[in-house]
Design a protein around this ligand. Structure first.
Ligand code: PMP
Length: 394
């Protein structure tokens, strides 16, 4: 670990610890002294600089202060926390909502409270770290199925027999590394057959999928079949925080039993106010989502035409499969030097032991910025051995 870290330091810039000297907009920043186009932010709707969200945050800070200075259990619930929970429940058409300080602790708190010894958790092999950690904390048996492989999931369900009734299956709306959707309609059919509970983490799909931006469950028309939806405020909603919505009364237990709710400070007034405003913007129309998808399709198609091997389907997360760790690092650095910031992903964060350059697209990217990104990847392909042969497309 320390050797790898030293090698990165010797390179002059550590890709896992990049300093943003100044953030300029949802799509631009100054890094290492130069202006850089940001294409690895998860800022899907580009709302971080929306004047309406900024104004809501400023007003809340002026009237309610900069922080809550403690957990809701100890220090009390602010009216804004309750209001946001009501608004989230309404947005998803669910009876209950609970807000957490981050999406990470939402997964820890909900999964570890709802399940325990004697229960079984079945999760996709490519699940986010917070899902893995939440599962470990609860003490239930944990099974993994091959990424997006419903036949493998069914094999595990069959072996469980009667225990499927005490089983929670967890999948993600859009997987954060490869950008592919979970096969939710098929998983819901399995749920009808085997009677398990189903949770979907819509961290990367909230505001991105579905007619009203509710996520993959909405897109697949199966909101009623999903027992728990987890989400984050840190991506499409442009702030920080997490939540869970559900029709199950059990969700209330989480407020009394989840350590990641009980023992951490609640979101600040500014955060709550900007998230409430962002949720209104998200719910009010489809224009941001349409722009996001136009950008996502253009980038995916452009990179495919250049011969790059990409994630399985076009979404706002565009994963570019690269070669070895060292080659991928060199390409990442070259892109940064040409003024483009994307995410460097090494195993084990990248599935199947491959290294990735992960791009994420925003509604705030202009067409010209997407073209600039494509030009940089074209130059990269020209200069280095990349891209890998198109015959190896998945
Ligand atoms: N779930 C998934 C699928 C994620 O990708 C992430 C963050 N990348 C989280 C949960 C955690 O969200 P947060 O950043 O709000 O802690």
């Amino acid at each position: 670990m320390s050797q790898a870290r030293q090698a990165l330091e010797e390179m002059g810039i550590d890709p896992f610890n990049v300093e943003i000297q100044k953030i300029l907009s949802p799509t631009e920043a100054r890094i290492a002294g130069r202006k850089v186009l940001l294409a690895g932010t998860n800022n899907y709707l580009g709302l971080t600089f929306d004047p309406r969200c900024i104004e809501a945050a400023c007003q809340a800070t002026r009237s309610e202060g900069t922080g809550t200075t403690g957990s809701r259990t100890a220090n009390g619930t602010f009216a804004g926390h309750r209001a946001l929970e009501r608004e989230l429940a309404e947005f998803f058409g669910c009876a209950k909502a609970i807000v957490f300080s981050t999406g990470f602790v939402a997964n820890l708190g909900v999964i570890s409270t709802l399940t325990g010894p004697g229960d079984t958790l079945i999760i996709d092999g490519d699940s986010h770290a917070s899902i893995y950690d939440g599962c470990r904390m609860g003490g239930a048996d944990i099974l993994r199925f091959r990424h997006n492989d419903t036949a493998d999931l069914e094999k595990r369900l069959r072996r469980l027999g009667d225990r499927t009734k005490n089983t929670l299956v967890i999948v993600e709306g859009i997987y954060s590394m490869l950008g592919d959707r979970a096969p939710l309609a098929e998983i819901v059919s399995l749920k009808k057959q085997y009677g398990f509970w189903l949770m979907v983490d819509e961290a990367h799909s909230l505001g991105v999928l579905g007619q009203n931006g509710r996520g993959l469950a909405e897109e697949c028309g199966c909101m009623d079949d999903v027992d728990f939806i987890i989400g984050t405020f840190s991506k499409s909603l442009g702030a920080i925080g997490g939540f869970c919505v559900s029709n199950h009364p059990e969700l209330d237990l989480v407020r009394y039993a989840s350590r990641s709710y009980l023992f951490t400070a609640s979101p600040s007034p500014a955060t709550i106010a900007s998230v409430r405003r962002a949720l209104q913007i998200l719910a009010a129309g489809t224009d941001l989502r349409e722009r996001l998808w136009a950008n996502a399709h253009r980038l995916y198609e452009g990179l495919s035409e250049l011969g790059y091997r990409l994630g399985p389907e076009p979404t706002p997360v565009v994963a570019v499969h690269m070669g070895s760790k060292e080659e991928t690092l060199a390409c990442w650095k070259e892109l940064l030097e040409s003024g483009i910031y994307v995410n460097l992903v090494w195993p084990p964060a990248a599935p199947k032991g491959e290294s990735l350059l992960r791009c994420s697209v925003s509604a705030a990217h202009t067409e010209e910025q997407i073209e600039r990104l494509l030009t940089a990847f074209a130059e990269l392909a020209h200069r280095s051995a990349a891209p890998p042969s198109p015959d190896t497309h998945e």
